[in-house]
Design a protein around this ligand. Sequence first.
Ligand SMILES: NC(=O)c1ccc[n+]([C@@H]2O[C@H](COP(=O)([O-])OP(=O)(O)OC[C@H]3O[C@@H](n4cnc5c(N)ncnc54)[C@H](O)[C@@H]3O)[C@@H](O)[C@H]2O)c1
Ligand SMILES: [Zn+2]
Length: 335
Amino acid sequence: LARQLPRISSGRRIVIIADQQAHRFHGSRLADALDSRFDTEVVLVPRGESSKSLRWVQRLYARFRSFNLARDELVLAFGGGVVGDLAGFAAATYMRGVRWVIVPTTLLSQIDSAIGGKVGVNFRSVKNLLGAFHQPSLVVSDIRTLRTLPRREIRSALAEVVKYGMIADPPLLRLLERFTKRILTGDVALLSRIVARCCRIKARIVESDPRDWGVRANLNYGHTLGHALEACAGGRLTHGEAIALGMRGAARLAEELGYLTPAERSRQDRILDRLGLPRRVSGLNRPAVIDKLLLDKKIRRRELRFVLTRGVGSATVAPPIEETRVHDVLADLLA
Ligand SMILES: NC(=O)c1ccc[n+]([C@@H]2O[C@H](COP(=O)([O-])OP(=O)(O)OC[C@H]3O[C@@H](n4cnc5c(N)ncnc54)[C@H](O)[C@@H]3O)[C@@H](O)[C@H]2O)c1
Ligand SMILES: [Zn+2]
């Protein structure tokens, strides 16, 4: 950070938007890294998805204003995806855009949300309804910040790693298979490799489709079903757990359509098992999940479309799939 920041900004000041937890555990590391060359103002944001709101955006604008943040100065987001999306949105819109930097402190944000420039907040209980594309000028992932993350957060983020493996990177799957235990216990060297690989994949996909009209959709592997399950589960499933279920469902569809061999499908499912990700979820109502699926913003004309993998390591948006097939898949996932 000390080396890179002066290259990005000629200004002297930085507004740090920090997740309260991340700041509690690692704020002093961040302060040490920034040294005294920069004047900093820290805004602490409470944990949780409800901070991704216009109310918080307004609070950030007010702090930028009272700090007299100038256009050549920086916003720095320190925390997980919530703080990243919120700070990035405020940075995208304040004075038509000020530069910003992310120091992601969750595994999910290091491998996913910090890359790609999608920023935004929720509105009227619709996730990410308001947003922008605003690329950060720098992303610095410090793997050591992950030590204080709850194990469930790590597991859940690893579901997205399986996703990258399935859509683009078979060697990543081999890494997960060989070193499951060490990865789950937070091995820094292995997590560094994983984060780096995932960033490269996401950056490559985003570069070829920055505004999400085409291949960027492949990143939604497991997400069509996953989002519907997540929404219906009302907080009982983490995002990653829901995505794991979504990928199990998608792989079953892929096998039925001949896109995946039975062996390839069971390889994916075995990796998810080893990572401790769920096979099914109880207490959900199938018609409600189907309703949610049809509401998904990616669904055109009530057609159920899914990203499916063709073999391990490549993905495509498959032609629409009949509702009855999807019912069968859900019957498996809903215990
Ligand atoms: N912009 C994108 O492309 C993109 C992609 C995926 C997800 N997202 C968004 O990201 C958000 C989810 O991100 P997330 O999973 O990072 O959640 P999060 O930001 O809510 O962080 C999860 C929890 O971890 C805590 N935390 C953060 N760093 C910590 C640390 N080092 N040690 C201990 N605890 C720590 C937080 O306080 C929080 O309670 C969602 O809002 C989602 O919409 C955005
Ligand atoms: Zn996801």
